[in-house]
Write a protein that binds this ligand. Structure first.
Ligand code: FES
Length: 116
């Protein structure tokens, strides 16, 4: 179950990419300037519960490069999958000004998972 602050709770297929669950299952507006390729950070969300224990190397690389300085619980929704109950707050809840390609079903780049 995916719960989004002020929007409600939504059933999501296990393992679905979080950005796609926000867009498809919750039908919520969510920014994704780079099209879900771990480049822009506009897809960021804050987990209030159920933050995944794994993180992609691509997300870690953005943090290491100083391009993403996450607050507690903050993650890139294009780099997470829905693997259990989770509650989030959208950080940039609006559609992209320019319409990039809708993020693919699978995480891009192909995920190299690291324990968080
Ligand atoms: S959509 Fe750009 S980093 Fe996630």
């Amino acid at each position: 179950m995916l719960t989004i602050d002020s929007l409600g709770s939504f059933e999501v297929p296990a393992g679905k990419r979080l950005i796609r669950a926000i867009l498809d299952d919750a039908n919520a507006d969510q920014h994704y300037s780079c099209g879900g390729q771990a480049k822009c950070t506009t897809c960021r969300v804050v987990f209030t519960s159920g933050e995944p224990a794994k993180i992609t190397q691509a997300e870690l690389d953005l943090i290491a490069a100083g391009k993403f300085a996450p607050q507690a619980g903050e993650r890139l929704s294009c780099q997470c999958t829905v693997d259990g109950d989770m509650s989030i707050k959208l950080q940039v809840p609006k559609p992209p000004a320019k319409q990039p390609a809708i993020p693919a079903d699978d995480i891009v780049p192909p995920p190299v998972w690291v324990a968080k």
